[in-house]
Design a protein around this ligand. Structure first.
Ligand SMILES: *[C@@H]1O[C@H](CO)[C@@H](O)[C@H](O)[C@H]1NC(C)=O
Ligand SMILES: *[C@@H]1O[C@H](CO)[C@@H](O)[C@H](O)[C@H]1NC(C)=O
Ligand SMILES: *[C@@H]1O[C@H](CO)[C@@H](O)[C@H](O)[C@H]1NC(C)=O
Length: 354
Protein backbone atom coordinates (compact mmCIF):
# COMPACT_ATOMS: atom_id res chain seq x y z
CA UNK A 1 0.00 0.00 0.00
CA UNK A 2 2.66 2.41 1.15
CA UNK A 3 4.93 1.69 -1.84
CA UNK A 4 1.96 2.03 -4.19
CA UNK A 5 1.29 5.50 -2.81
CA UNK A 6 4.97 6.39 -3.15
CA UNK A 7 4.94 5.12 -6.74
CA UNK A 8 1.83 7.14 -7.51
CA UNK A 9 3.40 10.23 -5.94
CA UNK A 10 6.60 9.77 -7.93
CA UNK A 11 4.60 9.37 -11.14
CA UNK A 12 2.56 12.47 -10.41
CA UNK A 13 5.70 14.47 -9.65
CA UNK A 14 7.36 13.35 -12.88
CA UNK A 15 4.23 14.15 -14.88
CA UNK A 16 4.07 17.60 -13.33
CA UNK A 17 7.68 18.39 -13.98
CA UNK A 18 7.38 17.17 -17.59
CA UNK A 19 4.26 19.23 -18.16
CA UNK A 20 5.56 22.46 -16.67
CA UNK A 21 9.33 22.31 -16.27
CA UNK A 22 9.56 26.01 -15.44
CA UNK A 23 6.85 26.02 -12.81
CA UNK A 24 8.71 27.10 -9.68
CA UNK A 25 5.83 28.69 -7.79
CA UNK A 26 4.59 26.69 -4.82
CA UNK A 27 0.80 26.36 -4.97
CA UNK A 28 -0.98 28.31 -2.27
CA UNK A 29 -2.60 26.38 0.56
CA UNK A 30 -6.28 26.95 1.32
CA UNK A 31 -5.60 27.15 5.07
CA UNK A 32 -3.08 29.43 6.76
CA UNK A 33 -1.46 29.36 10.22
CA UNK A 34 0.44 32.12 11.99
CA UNK A 35 2.20 32.81 15.27
CA UNK A 36 2.08 36.32 16.71
CA UNK A 37 4.61 38.31 18.65
CA UNK A 38 3.63 40.15 21.79
CA UNK A 39 3.08 43.92 21.36
CA UNK A 40 6.12 45.21 19.46
CA UNK A 41 5.59 48.95 19.05
CA UNK A 42 3.38 51.36 21.00
CA UNK A 43 2.89 55.13 20.79
CA UNK A 44 5.59 57.05 22.67
CA UNK A 45 4.79 58.86 25.91
CA UNK A 46 5.68 62.21 24.38
CA UNK A 47 4.05 65.59 23.85
CA UNK A 48 2.08 64.23 20.87
CA UNK A 49 -0.27 62.29 23.19
CA UNK A 50 -0.99 59.69 20.51
CA UNK A 51 -3.67 57.10 21.34
CA UNK A 52 -3.28 54.65 18.48
CA UNK A 53 -0.40 53.51 16.29
CA UNK A 54 -2.02 52.10 13.15
CA UNK A 55 -1.86 50.96 9.53
CA UNK A 56 1.84 50.03 9.23
CA UNK A 57 3.49 49.76 5.81
CA UNK A 58 6.84 47.98 6.07
CA UNK A 59 9.77 47.16 3.85
CA UNK A 60 13.25 45.81 4.48
CA UNK A 61 15.89 47.84 2.64
CA UNK A 62 19.64 48.39 3.12
CA UNK A 63 19.81 46.31 6.28
CA UNK A 64 16.89 47.94 8.11
CA UNK A 65 13.13 47.64 8.42
CA UNK A 66 11.41 50.91 7.51
CA UNK A 67 7.90 51.44 8.88
CA UNK A 68 5.40 54.16 8.02
CA UNK A 69 2.25 54.24 10.15
CA UNK A 70 -0.76 56.36 11.09
CA UNK A 71 -0.88 58.09 14.47
CA UNK A 72 -4.38 58.70 15.81
CA UNK A 73 -6.02 60.56 18.68
CA UNK A 74 -9.48 61.95 19.34
CA UNK A 75 -8.52 65.59 19.83
CA UNK A 76 -6.77 68.21 17.70
CA UNK A 77 -5.04 67.08 14.52
CA UNK A 78 -6.53 63.54 14.60
CA UNK A 79 -4.43 61.70 12.04
CA UNK A 80 -0.95 62.08 10.65
CA UNK A 81 1.99 59.82 9.79
CA UNK A 82 5.10 58.61 11.55
CA UNK A 83 8.29 56.92 10.30
CA UNK A 84 10.70 54.74 12.22
CA UNK A 85 13.30 52.08 11.45
CA UNK A 86 15.10 49.26 13.19
CA UNK A 87 17.44 46.44 12.25
CA UNK A 88 15.83 43.78 14.43
CA UNK A 89 12.21 43.34 15.55
CA UNK A 90 13.44 42.93 19.14
CA UNK A 91 14.58 46.58 18.97
CA UNK A 92 11.45 47.91 17.25
CA UNK A 93 9.94 49.33 20.45
CA UNK A 94 13.01 51.52 21.00
CA UNK A 95 13.07 53.04 17.50
CA UNK A 96 12.76 56.85 17.65
CA UNK A 97 9.66 58.27 15.92
CA UNK A 98 10.03 60.84 13.14
CA UNK A 99 6.69 62.65 12.78
CA UNK A 100 6.13 63.41 9.11
CA UNK A 101 4.12 66.58 9.71
CA UNK A 102 7.59 68.11 10.19
CA UNK A 103 8.34 67.51 6.50
CA UNK A 104 6.68 69.20 3.52
CA UNK A 105 4.06 66.42 3.77
CA UNK A 106 2.76 68.72 6.47
CA UNK A 107 0.16 68.76 9.22
CA UNK A 108 -3.51 67.93 8.70
CA UNK A 109 -5.38 64.74 7.96
CA UNK A 110 -3.06 62.07 6.50
CA UNK A 111 -3.53 58.35 7.16
CA UNK A 112 -2.99 54.76 6.01
CA UNK A 113 0.39 54.98 4.25
CA UNK A 114 1.82 52.58 1.67
CA UNK A 115 5.52 52.86 0.80
CA UNK A 116 7.28 51.54 -2.32
CA UNK A 117 10.18 52.42 -4.61
CA UNK A 118 9.10 53.47 -8.09
CA UNK A 119 12.10 52.20 -10.05
CA UNK A 120 11.36 54.03 -13.36
CA UNK A 121 11.78 57.39 -11.54
CA UNK A 122 14.22 56.18 -8.85
CA UNK A 123 11.87 57.71 -6.25
CA UNK A 124 10.23 56.46 -3.07
CA UNK A 125 6.46 56.98 -3.00
CA UNK A 126 4.28 57.24 0.05
CA UNK A 127 0.61 56.79 -0.90
CA UNK A 128 -1.97 57.79 1.73
CA UNK A 129 -5.39 59.28 2.27
CA UNK A 130 -5.93 62.98 2.97
CA UNK A 131 -9.60 63.10 2.01
CA UNK A 132 -8.41 62.40 -1.53
CA UNK A 133 -5.94 59.73 -2.71
CA UNK A 134 -2.59 61.40 -2.06
CA UNK A 135 1.12 60.76 -2.48
CA UNK A 136 4.46 62.31 -1.52
CA UNK A 137 7.89 61.37 -2.88
CA UNK A 138 11.41 61.21 -1.48
CA UNK A 139 14.85 60.36 -2.92
CA UNK A 140 15.93 58.76 0.38
CA UNK A 141 13.66 56.53 2.45
CA UNK A 142 15.89 57.13 5.51
CA UNK A 143 15.34 60.89 5.43
CA UNK A 144 12.00 61.72 7.06
CA UNK A 145 12.46 65.43 6.24
CA UNK A 146 12.67 64.64 2.54
CA UNK A 147 9.01 63.94 1.77
CA UNK A 148 7.33 66.29 -0.72
CA UNK A 149 4.07 68.17 -0.18
CA UNK A 150 0.92 66.10 -0.81
CA UNK A 151 -0.22 65.74 -4.41
CA UNK A 152 -3.38 63.84 -5.36
CA UNK A 153 -4.29 61.28 -8.01
CA UNK A 154 -7.66 63.01 -8.62
CA UNK A 155 -8.96 66.57 -8.47
CA UNK A 156 -11.87 65.38 -6.29
CA UNK A 157 -13.64 62.19 -5.27
CA UNK A 158 -14.55 60.21 -8.42
CA UNK A 159 -18.34 60.07 -8.92
CA UNK A 160 -18.56 56.28 -8.57
CA UNK A 161 -16.74 56.40 -5.23
CA UNK A 162 -18.76 59.40 -4.03
CA UNK A 163 -21.92 57.36 -4.68
CA UNK A 164 -20.47 54.28 -2.96
CA UNK A 165 -19.39 56.22 0.12
CA UNK A 166 -22.87 57.76 0.48
CA UNK A 167 -23.63 58.99 3.98
CA UNK A 168 -22.23 55.96 5.85
CA UNK A 169 -18.81 55.26 4.29
CA UNK A 170 -15.38 56.81 3.88
CA UNK A 171 -12.97 56.74 0.94
CA UNK A 172 -9.96 54.99 2.48
CA UNK A 173 -6.83 52.88 2.17
CA UNK A 174 -5.34 53.71 -1.20
CA UNK A 175 -2.95 51.07 -2.49
CA UNK A 176 -0.78 51.22 -5.62
CA UNK A 177 0.73 48.19 -7.37
CA UNK A 178 2.20 48.12 -10.88
CA UNK A 179 2.67 45.40 -13.48
CA UNK A 180 4.90 45.71 -16.55
CA UNK A 181 2.48 48.06 -18.33
CA UNK A 182 0.26 49.78 -15.78
CA UNK A 183 0.02 51.10 -12.25
CA UNK A 184 -3.23 50.22 -10.48
CA UNK A 185 -4.78 52.16 -7.60
CA UNK A 186 -7.04 50.20 -5.23
CA UNK A 187 -9.20 51.81 -2.53
CA UNK A 188 -12.24 51.05 -0.37
CA UNK A 189 -15.45 52.87 0.58
CA UNK A 190 -16.14 51.19 3.96
CA UNK A 191 -19.43 50.08 2.43
CA UNK A 192 -18.34 46.80 0.85
CA UNK A 193 -16.72 47.95 -2.38
CA UNK A 194 -13.11 47.65 -3.51
CA UNK A 195 -12.28 50.05 -6.36
CA UNK A 196 -9.52 49.90 -8.98
CA UNK A 197 -8.19 52.55 -11.36
CA UNK A 198 -5.17 52.40 -13.64
CA UNK A 199 -2.69 54.50 -15.55
CA UNK A 200 0.16 53.62 -17.90
CA UNK A 201 3.43 52.89 -16.10
CA UNK A 202 5.06 55.68 -18.11
CA UNK A 203 2.41 58.18 -17.00
CA UNK A 204 2.41 57.35 -13.26
CA UNK A 205 1.42 59.15 -11.06
CA UNK A 206 -0.69 61.10 -13.57
CA UNK A 207 -3.57 59.84 -15.67
CA UNK A 208 -5.48 57.59 -13.24
CA UNK A 209 -8.62 56.35 -15.00
CA UNK A 210 -12.12 56.56 -13.58
CA UNK A 211 -12.40 53.75 -11.03
CA UNK A 212 -14.35 50.53 -11.48
CA UNK A 213 -15.65 48.20 -8.76
CA UNK A 214 -13.10 45.36 -8.52
CA UNK A 215 -14.93 43.38 -5.85
CA UNK A 216 -18.12 43.84 -3.85
CA UNK A 217 -19.71 42.22 -0.79
CA UNK A 218 -21.44 43.36 2.38
CA UNK A 219 -19.75 46.12 4.36
CA UNK A 220 -18.63 43.61 7.02
CA UNK A 221 -17.30 41.08 4.48
CA UNK A 222 -15.26 43.57 2.45
CA UNK A 223 -14.42 46.48 4.70
CA UNK A 224 -11.03 48.15 4.11
CA UNK A 225 -7.21 47.99 4.33
CA UNK A 226 -6.69 46.05 1.08
CA UNK A 227 -3.20 44.77 0.21
CA UNK A 228 -2.44 43.44 -3.27
CA UNK A 229 0.83 41.57 -3.93
CA UNK A 230 2.52 39.83 -6.85
CA UNK A 231 3.37 36.16 -6.40
CA UNK A 232 5.64 34.04 -8.56
CA UNK A 233 8.85 34.67 -10.42
CA UNK A 234 8.01 37.91 -12.13
CA UNK A 235 8.56 36.40 -15.59
CA UNK A 236 5.09 36.94 -16.88
CA UNK A 237 3.79 34.04 -14.83
CA UNK A 238 2.90 36.25 -11.88
CA UNK A 239 -0.37 35.88 -10.14
CA UNK A 240 -1.75 38.20 -7.53
CA UNK A 241 -2.86 37.91 -3.92
CA UNK A 242 -5.52 40.26 -2.52
CA UNK A 243 -6.14 40.65 1.22
CA UNK A 244 -9.06 42.68 2.58
CA UNK A 245 -9.79 43.43 6.22
CA UNK A 246 -13.29 42.43 7.33
CA UNK A 247 -15.46 42.76 10.43
CA UNK A 248 -16.42 39.46 12.04
CA UNK A 249 -18.65 38.29 14.87
CA UNK A 250 -17.60 39.15 18.42
CA UNK A 251 -16.70 42.18 20.49
CA UNK A 252 -13.62 44.34 20.15
CA UNK A 253 -13.28 48.12 19.71
CA UNK A 254 -14.21 48.87 16.08
CA UNK A 255 -15.39 45.28 15.62
CA UNK A 256 -13.38 42.05 15.53
CA UNK A 257 -11.13 42.38 12.49
CA UNK A 258 -9.71 39.60 10.32
CA UNK A 259 -8.53 39.21 6.72
CA UNK A 260 -10.08 37.39 3.78
CA UNK A 261 -7.95 36.53 0.72
CA UNK A 262 -8.37 36.09 -3.04
CA UNK A 263 -6.11 35.39 -6.01
CA UNK A 264 -6.24 36.51 -9.66
CA UNK A 265 -4.13 35.98 -12.77
CA UNK A 266 -3.97 39.72 -13.49
CA UNK A 267 -4.56 42.92 -11.55
CA UNK A 268 -7.74 43.69 -13.50
CA UNK A 269 -8.73 40.07 -13.28
CA UNK A 270 -11.47 38.16 -11.61
CA UNK A 271 -10.69 37.57 -7.92
CA UNK A 272 -11.20 33.99 -6.71
CA UNK A 273 -11.68 33.41 -2.96
CA UNK A 274 -8.82 31.58 -1.21
CA UNK A 275 -9.14 31.62 2.60
CA UNK A 276 -12.10 33.88 2.99
CA UNK A 277 -14.21 33.25 6.11
CA UNK A 278 -13.86 34.21 9.78
CA UNK A 279 -13.55 30.47 10.59
CA UNK A 280 -10.91 29.91 7.90
CA UNK A 281 -9.39 33.36 7.46
CA UNK A 282 -6.18 34.41 5.76
CA UNK A 283 -5.33 35.91 9.17
CA UNK A 284 -7.58 36.20 12.20
CA UNK A 285 -8.12 35.00 15.75
CA UNK A 286 -9.00 31.54 14.36
CA UNK A 287 -5.52 30.87 12.92
CA UNK A 288 -3.14 32.94 15.06
CA UNK A 289 -1.34 31.51 18.09
CA UNK A 290 0.43 33.92 20.46
CA UNK A 291 4.05 33.00 21.22
CA UNK A 292 3.86 34.47 24.73
CA UNK A 293 0.55 32.77 25.49
CA UNK A 294 -0.91 36.26 26.01
CA UNK A 295 -3.65 36.92 23.43
CA UNK A 296 -3.27 40.70 23.57
CA UNK A 297 -5.68 41.21 20.65
CA UNK A 298 -8.57 39.35 19.04
CA UNK A 299 -8.47 41.69 16.03
CA UNK A 300 -5.86 41.19 13.32
CA UNK A 301 -6.21 44.56 11.64
CA UNK A 302 -4.64 46.86 9.00
CA UNK A 303 -0.99 46.20 8.14
CA UNK A 304 1.13 44.53 5.54
CA UNK A 305 3.39 41.68 4.52
CA UNK A 306 7.08 42.50 5.07
CA UNK A 307 8.56 43.11 1.61
CA UNK A 308 12.25 42.90 0.79
CA UNK A 309 11.61 43.42 -2.92
CA UNK A 310 10.91 47.13 -2.60
CA UNK A 311 9.83 48.20 -6.09
CA UNK A 312 6.43 49.05 -7.57
CA UNK A 313 5.66 45.41 -8.48
CA UNK A 314 5.13 44.58 -4.78
CA UNK A 315 6.46 41.05 -5.04
CA UNK A 316 6.50 38.97 -1.89
CA UNK A 317 8.60 35.90 -1.11
CA UNK A 318 7.43 32.31 -1.30
CA UNK A 319 4.37 31.23 0.67
CA UNK A 320 5.47 29.77 3.99
CA UNK A 321 7.93 32.61 4.59
CA UNK A 322 5.46 35.44 5.04
CA UNK A 323 5.43 37.88 7.94
CA UNK A 324 2.69 40.46 8.44
CA UNK A 325 3.01 43.58 10.60
CA UNK A 326 -0.42 44.48 11.95
CA UNK A 327 -2.38 46.58 14.41
CA UNK A 328 -4.08 44.94 17.35
CA UNK A 329 -5.93 46.11 20.43
CA UNK A 330 -7.01 44.86 23.85
CA UNK A 331 -10.63 43.77 23.28
CA UNK A 332 -11.52 45.26 26.67
CA UNK A 333 -10.51 48.83 25.66
CA UNK A 334 -14.15 49.70 25.07
CA UNK A 335 -14.34 52.93 27.09
CA UNK A 336 -12.92 55.15 24.32
CA UNK A 337 -14.11 56.83 21.12
CA UNK A 338 -13.00 55.41 17.75
CA UNK A 339 -9.98 57.72 17.25
CA UNK A 340 -8.74 57.05 20.79
CA UNK A 341 -8.67 53.25 20.43
CA UNK A 342 -5.22 52.23 21.75
CA UNK A 343 -3.92 50.29 18.74
CA UNK A 344 -0.41 48.83 18.99
CA UNK A 345 1.69 46.97 16.44
CA UNK A 346 2.63 43.31 16.37
CA UNK A 347 4.08 40.82 13.90
CA UNK A 348 2.64 37.58 12.53
CA UNK A 349 4.96 34.88 11.22
CA UNK A 350 3.55 32.26 8.91
CA UNK A 351 3.83 28.70 10.14
CA UNK A 352 5.18 26.87 7.09
CA UNK A 353 4.19 23.42 5.93
CA UNK A 354 0.66 23.63 7.28
C1 LIG B 1 3.82 54.81 28.30
O1 LIG B 1 3.30 54.78 29.61
C2 LIG B 1 2.41 53.69 29.85
C3 LIG B 1 1.79 53.82 31.24
O2 LIG B 1 2.40 54.81 31.98
C4 LIG B 1 3.16 52.38 29.70
O3 LIG B 1 2.31 51.31 29.91
C5 LIG B 1 3.74 52.31 28.32
O4 LIG B 1 4.54 51.16 28.20
C6 LIG B 1 4.60 53.53 28.02
N1 LIG B 1 5.01 53.48 26.64
C7 LIG B 1 6.24 53.69 26.24
C8 LIG B 1 6.50 53.57 24.77
O5 LIG B 1 7.14 53.97 27.01
C1 LIG C 1 16.41 55.73 10.59
O1 LIG C 1 15.71 56.98 10.69
C2 LIG C 1 16.52 58.09 11.04
C3 LIG C 1 15.63 59.29 11.10
O2 LIG C 1 14.64 59.13 12.08
C4 LIG C 1 17.62 58.28 10.05
O3 LIG C 1 18.46 59.36 10.46
C5 LIG C 1 18.44 57.03 9.91
O4 LIG C 1 19.39 57.18 8.88
C6 LIG C 1 17.52 55.86 9.56
N1 LIG C 1 18.28 54.62 9.54
C7 LIG C 1 18.30 53.82 8.48
C8 LIG C 1 19.11 52.57 8.61
O5 LIG C 1 17.69 54.05 7.45
C1 LIG D 1 13.18 34.68 -15.47
O1 LIG D 1 13.49 33.95 -16.63
C2 LIG D 1 14.87 34.01 -16.96
C3 LIG D 1 15.07 33.32 -18.31
O2 LIG D 1 14.34 32.12 -18.37
C4 LIG D 1 15.69 33.37 -15.85
O3 LIG D 1 17.07 33.45 -16.15
C5 LIG D 1 15.42 34.13 -14.57
O4 LIG D 1 16.08 33.50 -13.50
C6 LIG D 1 13.93 34.17 -14.27
N1 LIG D 1 13.70 35.02 -13.13
C7 LIG D 1 13.12 34.57 -12.04
C8 LIG D 1 12.96 35.59 -10.95
O5 LIG D 1 12.73 33.43 -11.92
Amino acid sequence: MRSLILLALAAATTARSLLSPRQTTTPLPSTFHWTSSDILVTPKNDTRHISGLKDPSIIFHNGAYHVFASIAKATGDNYNLVYFNFTDFAAAHAAPFAYLDQSALGPGYRAAPEVFFFAPQQLWYLVYQNGNAAYSTNRDISDPAGWSAPATFYSGTPALIEAGVGTTGYWVDMWVICDAAHCHLFSSDDNGRLYRSQTALADFPRGMSEPVVALQDTKENLFEAANVYALGNGNGSASYLLLVECIGAGDSPGGVRYFRSWTAASLDGKWTALAATQENPFMGAANVRFESGRSWTTSISHGEIVRSDVDQNLRIGPVGSWRFMYQGVDPKSTDVTYNDIPWNLGLLTQVAGK
